[in-house]
Design a protein around this ligand. Structure first.
Ligand code: NAP
Ligand code: GLV
Length: 306
């Protein structure tokens, strides 16, 4: 079996070593133009040339949860596209989103500013029932995030394409229920895949439907959010701020207003990192299952785009 590795912005050697150790019988190589045909590809944002050359692939295994970079390319017709299914990302995402929600709800940014000036001052406690959180996307990551928020006793809403049932979460399904979901929500968390249906989903029209003082947490993809609409709704006071981990252009350009905005917290796309060992374990397990003719989780529906 031949596995080819083609991951942009990723140090190859530790992955190649890990894959070789986990699959001692396989040939594992880093892809170069003109390389031999492989059976499986481990990829992150590969160039089109890679897919054009690798005609015999049985499966393309993405080392992330989001496959939007792959969906822009012309894919070999017969290869399955498989994404990471949690692989240690869900717990990280739950940590990140809970810290952002709690930081906002408990006004920790304000306390940080005040204590930096050695000011010992209390603020009136706020009531968590006034801070319903809405999670857009109830997949591998969103469901875990919704459950973690529920454990902190926030009212939690969830929205997905198909109707879902998640303990402690008021679930809304499909476009027809989006308005009701937004109107029931004060803190909006985006954990949708980026597809033609979800691009620009957080824009003036939708964000205006959040409860007054709404707050946005985007941990999915930058193109889910229309930056100018967020800025104008924050500056007008309808929204109270945002925590953003993903951006239309990454790294976030130096001149972008998000960097300096006092009500916007920025992190550099780190809310849920790909963990190499967990990912290799999952990828190798999936390759073994495919070789046995079994089904695997995380197969991308190319028509849906996720
Ligand atoms: P997933 O398991 O595929 O879940 C996607 C969820 O979104 C599903 O609940 C799906 O609904 C819902 N959805 C998709 N299209 C929809 C639409 N048009 N309307 C309503 N709901 C829709 O994905 P995941 O593993 O949770 O990952 C989600 C995204 O997180 C990734 O695609 C990636 O972009 C992002 N991510 C970011 C980071 C980071 O560090 N910032 C890390 C990892 C992932 P159904 O359940 O009905 O199918
Ligand atoms: C990271 O953004 C991922 O999609 O895994």
């Amino acid at each position: 079996m031949h596995i080819t590795f083609c991951c942009t912005d990723t140090k190859a050697e530790p992955w190649l070593d890990g894959l070789r150790a986990a699959l001692p019988g396989a040939t594992v190589t880093q892809w170069q133009a003109g390389a031999a045909q492989a059976d499986y590809a481990v990829v992150w944002a590969p160039p089109q040339q890679f897919l054009d050359e690798q005609m015999a692939l049985k499966a393309i295994l993405n080392i992330g949860a989001g496959v939007d970079a792959l969906m822009k390319l012309k894919l070999p017709a017969k290869a399955k596209v498989i994404r990471l299914d949690d692989a240690g990302m869900a717990v990280q995402m739950a940590e990140y989103v809970c810290q952002a929600v709690v930081r906002h709800f408990r006004e920790l940014d304000v306390y940080e500013t005040e204590t930096a000036q050695q000011n010992w001052a209390f603020r009136k406690p706020r009531n968590r029932v006034d801070f319903p959180v809405g999670v857009m996307g109830l997949g591998a990551l969103g469901e875990r995030v919704a459950q973690a928020l529920h454990s902190f006793e926030f009212p939690v809403n969830g929205w997905s394409r198909s109707a879902k049932s998640v303990n402690g979460v008021q679930c809304f399904g499909g476009l027809g229920e989006l308005d009701n979901f937004l109107r029931a929500t004060r803190i909006l968390v985006c954990l949708l895949p980026l597809t033609p249906d979800t691009r620009d989903i957080m824009r003036r029209e939708t964000l205006s439907k959040l409860q007054l003082g709404g707050y946005v947490i985007n941990v999915a993809r930058g193109a889910h959010l229309v930056d100018e609409d967020l800025l104008s709704l924050v500056d007008s006071g309808h929204l109270s701020g945002a925590t953003l981990d993903v951006f239309r252009t990454e790294p976030l350009p130096q001149a972008h207003p998000f960097w300096q905005h006092p009500k916007i917290n920025v992190t550099p796309h780190v809310s849920a990192r790909t963990l190499r060992d967990e990912s290799i374990h999952q990828i190798v397990g999936k390759i073994a299952a495919l070789e046995r003719g079994e089904g695997v989780a995380g197969i991308v529906d190319i028509q849906r785009g996720y």
